[in-house]
Design a protein. Structure first.
Length: 136
């Protein structure tokens, strides 16, 4: 088995595509429309690494916002430098909600950003060899 994607319902598809591509450095991989059932999909991920899971952004026509709920926590991305990633995200207009720094009770450097629909994304500073791609 392989983890394929996480689906997030979004209130404005283009706004979400812009955030994930322009702020987080992902690529728009594919889109589809389903007029019969009134929804649109966009898949984003890190190009060049087909082994990584993607994010499916789902826009149900006419629904502009969702309540994320209390069960969902966050998505996590490995980055080589969480401090630099926060600077880059802020410069691109992203919302850093927890600046980079050591996790409480540990030494791993983390940060949090929030996407336009309120979903939290954790940035975890990893050594270059296992950090993945994006936000460089």
């Amino acid at each position: 088995m392989r983890f394929l994607h996480t689906m997030l319902r979004v209130g404005n598809l283009q706004r979400s595509i812009d955030f994930y591509t322009q702020v987080l450095g992902m690529k728009l991989l594919r889109t589809s429309e389903n007029p019969e059932y009134k929804y649109s999909l966009a898949f984003v991920g890190f190009e060049g690494n087909p082994e990584q899971a993607e994010i499916e952004l789902t826009y149900n026509w006419g629904v502009e916002s969702y309540e994320p709920g209390t069960a969902f926590g966050h998505l996590a991305l490995g980055v080589p430098d969480a401090y630099a990633a926060c600077d880059k995200i802020k410069a691109a207009g992203g919302n850093v909600t927890r600046e980079a720094g050591p996790v409480k009770g540990g030494s791993t450097v983390i940060a949090f950003v929030t996407d336009p629909d309120g979903y939290k994304i954790e940035l975890i500073q990893r050594v270059e060899s296992d950090s993945g791609v994006g936000l460089r």
